[in-house]
Design a protein around this ligand. Structure first.
Ligand code: SF4
Length: 332
């Protein structure tokens, strides 16, 4: 299961030994739960405990009583105070990038290109940059804000590495699985954005019209809503109490009513019996944007709320990003 990733068990064991850790808590993204036997075999000299919870990002790590946490599949978020010993195993993808695959980029008409990737593919950005520059383009990989570990990195809640150079490039190439990150960059920068499939090197220009139509329909629904539930996540890297309080004041100023609802895992089942007209999600922005249908089109972002209340122009559609989180009293 882990054969497609770069993983150096000797150095992981050495890091664990340096911490003199005997008991290990292991966090895995849902798609990698199948790797449990392989991980268990490679760490057989320790007492290991697997988390059975869903783990969506480095923002999402559980308090536990063990000597160290091994968190697979994400890079550390530098501006989070984790308050515990935690080793991040990023799981960089193994890929063969041939000159033949790279040559597909030669059809791009743009001269100045911004390069962005998720952490699994971040090590390939210099290869893309080198190819583009050998072929007469200017390729830029830029640092983002303090939520990002690497230049050129993108998270589903942080497009700052692209936004910071949007005035200096004609388009972006996003080297990542799926289209979510590319769509976020297209909307956040207003630049043509290409989703480059890391496996096939298929080039797809992101079309976000349908997405925006759906989001504007949600804004309209929110305009007609009277009672709002503002969701705040207890997850270490998602908590935005301060924002929730600001949003509540805005809703009240508009003569409407709102409650702040604290949650950990946010699921449609948990929201089902809460009698509000519309939820406003301050937790992971992907929840409202990726899963609108699951939530019965009853969940919007903070910026969409501002549009619905007339506090942000309808022409200024902005994707939600997490810039700062509030420290939770009681988290170590
Ligand atoms: Fe990923 Fe969401 Fe966490 Fe951001 S908040 S790191 S997008 S899971």
């Amino acid at each position: 299961m882990l054969e497609n990733y770069e993983i150096d068990w000797a150095s992981i064991r050495s890091e664990i030994s340096k911490l003199n850790a005997k008991s290990i808590f292991i966090e895995l993204p849902e798609g990698l739960k199948g790797a449990m036997p392989e991980i268990s075999e490679n760490l057989r000299d320790y007492r290991i405990y697997f988390s059975g919870e869903n783990v969506y990002g480095a923002c999402d790590t559980q308090d536990n009583p063990f000597d160290v946490t091994l968190h697979f599949g994400h890079s550390i978020i530098p501006d989070i105070d984790y308050g515990k010993r935690i080793i991040f195993i990023e799981l960089r993808r193994r890929l063969e990038i041939s000159e033949e695959k790279l040559s597909r980029l030669s059809s791009l008409k743009f001269k100045r290109i911004g390069l962005v990737a998720t952490v699994q593919y971040i090590g390939f950005l210099p290869i893309l940059k080198d190819y583009l520059e050998r072929n007469g383009k200017k390729a830029i990989i830029s640092s983002g804000d303090s939520r990002l570990t690497y230049p050129g990195q993108v998270l589903g809640c942080d497009f700052s590495a692209a936004i910071s150079i949007s005035d200096s490039v004609d388009c972006f190439i996003v080297f990542a699985d799926g289209e979510f990150h590319a769509r976020g960059i297209a909307i956040s920068t207003g630049k043509e954005t290409i989703a480059l499939d890391p496996n096939t090197f298929e080039i797809r220009t992101v079309d976000h019209e349908k997405f925006l139509r759906q989001r504007y329909a949600m804004v309209e629904k929110a305009m007609n809503s009277r009672y709002f539930g503002i969701i705040v996540s207890m997850k270490l890297g998602q908590t935005r109490y301060a924002l929730a309080n600001i949003l509540k004041e805005k809703i009240n100023r508009a003569g409407k009513r709102a409650e702040i609802i604290i949650m950990n895992e946010i699921t449609p089942q948990k929201l089902m019996n809460i009698p509000v007209d519309m939820f406003v999600n301050t937790a992971c922005p992907r929840i409202a944007l990726d899963d609108a249908e699951l939530f019965n089109y009853r969940i919007i972002t903070p910026q969409e709320l501002e549009m619905a209340l007339g506090e942000r122009p309808l022409s200024d559609y902005t994707i939600d990003m997490i810039n700062r989180v509030d420290r939770i009293k009681g988290h170590r």
